[in-house]
Write a protein that binds this ligand. Sequence first.
Ligand code: SF4
Length: 410
Amino acid sequence: MPTEALNNNCVRTKSGVIVYHDSSLGTVCFSPFTGLIFGLHSSLERQVFQWLNHDIASIENEICRNSLGPGWATPYEAAFYPSPQLLPNAESWGNLNAPGRPLLVNWFITGRCPLACVYCYAEDLMRNEQDEPSANRVGEIGQQILKFQPAVVVITGGDPVFTPRLEDALRVLHGKTGIIVDTSGYTLRDDQIAMFKQFGATVRVSLDSHIPRIHEAQRPLYDKYPGFQRRGSTQAAALDALCRCIGAGVTVCVQTVATKKNSNDLIRLGDVLFQLRVRNWRIFKVAPSKARLDGYRRLVGSHSDDGRAYSGKRSRGPYAHAFERLLQAKSQSWGSQMAVQVIHNETPNSVILVSPDGKFMTESNVGAGKVLIDKKYPFSPELAQIRTSIDMSAHANRYLNIAYGTGATT
Ligand code: SF4
């Protein structure tokens, strides 16, 4: 049994680590010092909660200490990021039950974005000024999201640093859930970095390659903002944003979309990130989007641009070989010092997305684009309807880094 404070709640402990409890899934911790989510086995729940809440000075379990302690109790050099992110290990969990309520909600706060990425999964929610929320509406939408007491809310878009409502959103969420902010970094200002530090938000910067021309080919500037041209390379801006956040002591994560253009260079990118002291890297297989299905087919492909077939077993697709090499690099070069998550995007209805005007949506599992989770109550869906529309097992697997299909983990 969990402690009373935890029973089906989400609380911020004195250490800053967020603890979420769900009677079906169990206990999950989000560390704002690493930007990572960990499942915590019930046998350790009580003691770890006391430690996170400063009621006891330490805990015996070394794996828990070095996974949840970096940044406040243990040095980052001692950090350990198990894969899957289940503490103390996957074996102690046996089966993972699906959660009864959302673990993570993506708050798509704005459709504005300075970039026009060739694979943008969100194009159907973007560039619509009339849906941009007012300050009051941001407060209401934030409260609606918090009703579900998720462990983490990802403020995303569009580019959240491109909306004047970012601070309003951070204020609503602060202290009640973990916060991650997605950004391309292109217009990120130093005062916004200071704001992330103040609110304990993890900043997730999109960076597709250490090679400027590859990143820029995938992530060009949006042509309706010609004034931005003089700011220069989108890749240099992303790297600069990353370095400024690290320099300011803000927790960072890097998000990379893997396509046939960059998948062979991912290990080199991983080396660069490791040297920059990035400790949390997520790699997505490019996701199909109804708005850009042709582009998706070109980006996934089975052959390179000059017609050569990708190595590896064709039946497993062009990514299998590249991802296997990534896993090897993680164990041989980066060790446990960098958490590497590979997201396969094979279960589209595993994500919960709140649109700029406050509708709760998911990605259709039959390729029909984004769909309402609850047609009757689009702005305030019932929990039963969330459980029906969302594949809750895949939802938990996605955020606890449990790769499905092949059984492979990173
Ligand atoms: S940065 Fe994100 S939201 Fe903006 S165009 Fe690229 S994928 Fe779409």
